[in-house]
Every structure is written in structure tokens, then in C-alpha cells.
Write a protein of this length. Structure first.
Length: 293
């Protein structure tokens, strides 16, 4: 397969993965659960309830899906830019909402904010697709940096939390219901199993960090191997978490049909992070030895 064909395939996969996330979570925006969630977040900021806000976000997500189907249209690129910017808004909740675990000393012991940090990568993927089809190379390069930072942020933070008892207990239900992960508890305790997952996730961080360091000191050829390792582990992690949607289960029928619940929405975000790793893979393969990631 030629490099051009690989690039087209990667772009299609990235669009499908982002669209899947937007569709799966967009449907839930019209349910009472999501309406209540957004009103609670507004209350923390002392803002009045906006029962229509969730539905507006849902409509926007559906429009962005349409934009992903027709990405070469100017209006499509504008929508993708808009969503990419708005996707950063939830990250502000890291500073305004009680997302830190006080019993572990607060920052950087993250609790409810684990889903929030994923939006950096989600924003980067949306901006990348918009800038690629709009031929905006400067924004494209910046968005790749955002994706890289988003992947590292998620892996280092969530990986680091695996070394706490509270996180070990939190993932036990996920692990035990999955045929891909339940075997770990045949050989390890709950805490040891969490350590194992944390080490794997931090291997991705180490690979990507060493890759960047080698690039900065002028050794791009050696950097490729570490970047490949980091991206492979990260991609495998994001892909593996999708099995939890079925085995948890991560859905309910509160809308009259099966739709993702809160846990499912958290898991679905990894679809976009997987898209981000694929885009970084493609960039790495296209780059010359002297190119930066």
C-alpha cells in the first residue's frame, strides 16, 4: 500500500472513530440523565439551570457527524473547528469542579476528572481533520501536538492512578467482566493487577517521552522506535477498553432503546484517542528522519 493510500485510509478511520463517538454520545444528550448532569455542572458555577443545553450539544454533535461525511465543504471544516474549540471547555472543569480525591491529597489525585482530560486529544483530532481538509498546515501541525499531548496526558495520569487502592478498586468491576482482562486476577491481587495495567500504560508514556527527547537532541532515527512503541501501546490500550462496552455492560434502555450510560460515554471517548494515535502513526511514517513528530 502506498503512503498516499495509507494516509487516506487513516483519515477515513479517524473520521469514522470520531463520528462513532459523536453519534453514540450525542443520542444520550436527549435523555434526562444527561440533562441532569449538565444542570449539576452549571450549579457548581452558580449558573441557572439550562434544560435545553444538553439537547443543543446533541444537535451540534450530529451536525459534526454530517461534517465528517462531507469534510471538504467549507461549512464542514467550520463545524469541526467549532467543535474542536468547544471540546476544550470541559477541561476548564478541572479548575472549577471538585474532581480531585481529597483522601489522596487532592491534586494530582484525579477522580471524576478522568473523563475530562480526554477532551484535549478529542479537540486535537477534530482540529486536525478540519485543518487537513482545509489545507491549513500551521493548524494541522499544532493539532498534532495537541493529540500527542492529549495521549500522553491520559496515559500518564490514568496510568499513575493505577498505583492507588481507590483506582484498583474502581477498575476491578471492569476487569473481572472482560475475558481479555479477567485472567489477570488469576495470578495477581486486585492491587497487583492495577499495578500491572499502570505499568503498561506508563510504558506508552515512556516511549513517547523518550521519542520526543531524542528528536530534541537531534537523533530522530532512534526516536522513531520509541515513538512507535509508545503509540502501539497507547493504541492497544484504547482499543482494548472498547470491550468493556459489551462486557460491563456500559449501556441501558432509559431512552426506550439501548444507549450508553455514563460509564459507556467515558469508554467511548477512547475511540477518538485511538483515532489520534492512528494519525500520529501516519505522521511518523510520512516523516523524514529529520522531521519532528
Amino acid at each position: 500500500m502506498t503512503t498516499e493510500k495509507q494516509q487516506k485510509l487513516t483519515l477515513r478511520l479517524a473520521r469514522v472513530l470520531l463520528a462513532s463517538f459523536l453519534l453514540l454520545t450525542g443520542i444520550t444528550r436527549f435523555g434526562a440523565s444527561d440533562v441532569s448532569y449538565y444542570n449539576k455542572q452549571l450549579a457548581v458555577l452558580n449558573l441557572p439551570e439550562m434544560p435545553w443545553l444538553s439537547a443543543v450539544i446533541g444537535v451540534l454533535q450530529f451536525l459534526v457527524v454530517l461534517a465528517l461525511i462531507l469534510p471538504r465543504q467549507k461549512w464542514s471544516q467550520s463545524l469541526l473547528y467549532l467543535y474542536g474549540v468547544l471540546a476544550l471547555v470541559p477541561m476548564a472543569m478541572l479548575f472549577t469542579h471538585p474532581v480531585w480525591i481529597d483522601s489522596l491529597g487532592g491534586f494530582p489525585a484525579i477522580g471524576a476528572g478522568q473523563g475530562l482530560i480526554k477532551y484535549l486529544g478529542i479537540s486535537g483530532v477534530s482540529l486536525y481533520l478540519a485543518s487537513h481538509y482545509g489545507n491549513k498546515d500551521a493548524i494541522k501541525g499544532f493539532s498534532l501536538a495537541m493529540i500527542w499531548a492529549g495521549v500522553v496526558l491520559v496515559m500518564v495520569w490514568i496510568g499513575g492512578m493505577k498505583f492507588t487502592q481507590i483506582e484498583a478498586n474502581g477498575i476491578e468491576g471492569l476487569m473481572r467482566t472482560s475475558p481479555f482482562f479477567s485472567w489477570i486476577y488469576d495470578f495477581m491481587t486486585v492491587l497487583e493487577g492495577s499495578y500491572f495495567i499502570g505499568i503498561v500504560e506508563l510504558v506508552a508514556v515512556l516511549g513517547l517521552a523518550l521519542g520526543l527527547a531524542l528528536i530534541l537532541v537531534g537523533r530522530p532515527q532512534q526516536a522513531v522506535y520509541f515513538n512507535m512503541l509508545g503509540l502501539f501501546v497507547a493504541a492497544a490500550t484504547f482499543a482494548a477498553t472498547q470491550t468493556f462496552v459489551v462486557t460491563l455492560p456500559a449501556y441501558d434502555n432509559n431512552l426506550g432503546f439501548l444507549a450508553l450510560n455514563g460509564s459507556g460515554q467515558f469508554i467511548a471517548k477512547d475511540l477518538v484517542l485511538l483515532a489520534g494515535t492512528l494519525l500520529l502513526f501516519a505522521r511518523l511514517r510520512r516523516a523524514s528522519p529529520s522531521s519532528k513528530l
